[in-house]
Design a protein around this ligand. Structure first.
Ligand code: HMG
Ligand code: MG
Length: 298
């Protein structure tokens, strides 16, 4: 029997997952403008940046400045990605109240993405969790490559559930299941979610689907039928991971909200304003790309 939810929590990850994958570094004013517009569109959970190494992801090198200038609005949860203790210290200094640690169900991807093994990544999270508790910061977890890895191919749902369980044991309150390269299809998505539901409640599992083969909405619908009610998405479908070859954008937040509106499932998001936000950031990115292309010709 279908367990469609009445309400869904949406986390827009475009300022982080979207902009980390743009060729050009997007300027700080545009990043802040995007976050502000998402908030005005009714998005109440926004992943604003990542405190990762600027050598690895130069697109997010301005994370501390962004936090200094970020205007916090009531009822909006501003979170940031953190890979290690250094990132956590910077996030705390930036006044961030929720962070997301990230690992994967694939050893090869973990090595390429954060330069360690899965177990080493979990060890790195221990002091992060300690600091989080001391500073009253919520910690979300990500597991990447849950429906396929760019280096290892198929990933077994058992492996996904095993890593997910370890993140919960460390103290994450929610774990987001990432189809990093968008190779998942609906029945496989259901299979991996069902496996994770063996170890935790559905209310603690988020869907983070990339749309490489146009499957993200179908995968989300399949998981909604199992009762999923937390969805990561990115306005204008921006996104991808620089360390996952072939990874294209996240599912577009506009598409998710359109589908949920049509199904009578509440998100609290104003679709018209969200579409304007998507057009606005797309124009900004195009302008930035064109001006760089112009400079290259000179
Ligand atoms: P490393 O090179 O092994 O680390 O990188 P290190 O400890 O040897 O440090 C190297 C340098 O980075 C040092 O600086 C550190 O201080 C500095 P140096 O002495 O050479 O001048 N450093 C830092 N600087 C700022 N912030 C930090 C930080 N840590 C070290 N936090 C590391 C290891 C984890 C740092 C690196 O691999 C890294 O930053 N990786 C991040 C890669 C990334 O951001 N990938 C994209 C996000 S994941 C994703 O998109 C998937 C997701 O969306 C879900 C899905 O779709 O599946 C979440
Ligand atoms: Mg992603």
């Amino acid at each position: 029997m279908s367990k469609l939810p009445k309400q869904v929590k949406i986390i827009d990850v475009s300022p982080r997952d979207g902009l980390q994958n743009e060729k050009q570094v997007i300027d700080l004013t545009t990043k802040l403008g995007l976050i502000e517009r998402l908030g005005q569109s009714g998005v109440s959970n926004i992943e604003v940046t990542g405190f990762v190494s600027p050598k690895w992801v130069p697109q997010l090198a301005d994370s501390s400045q962004l936090c200094e200038q970020l205007v916090h609005h009531k009822n909006i949860n501003y979170s940031a990605l953190v890979p290690n203790l250094k990132g956590m210290e910077l996030a705390i200094a930036g006044g961030i109240k929720e962070v997301a640690v990230f690992t994967a169900a694939s050893e090869s991807f973990t090595k390429k993405n954060i330069n360690c093994t899965i177990n080493e990544s979990l060890e790195r999270f221990k002091p992060v969790m300690l600091l989080a508790r001391e500073n009253d910061i919520k910690v979300r977890g990500y597991v990447s490559c849950v429906l396929g890895c760019p280096y290892e191919g198929e990933i077994h749902p058992f492996k996904v559930a095993e890593v997910t369980e370890k993140l919960f044991k460390l103290g994450c309150y929610e774990v987001s299941l990432g189809d990093t390269i968008g190779t998942g299809t609906p029945l496989k998505a259901q299979k991996v979610l069902t496996q994770c539901m063996e170890i935790t409640n559905i209310d603690t599992l988020a869907l983070h689907f990339h749309n490489t083969y146009g499957q993200a909405l179908a995968n989300i619908y399949a998981c909604l039928e199992l009762g999923a009610r937390i969805i990561d998405a990115s306005v204008a479908g921006l996104g991808g991971c620089p360390y996952a070859k072939g990874a294209s954008g996240n599912v577009a937040t506009e598409d998710v909200v359109y589908m949920l509106d049509g199904m009578g499932i509440k998100t609290g998001i104003d679709l018209k304003k969200l579409i304007q936000t998507g057009k606005w950031i797309s124009q900004k990115i195009n302008k930035s790309n064109n001006s760089q292309a112009g400079k290259a010709k000179v």
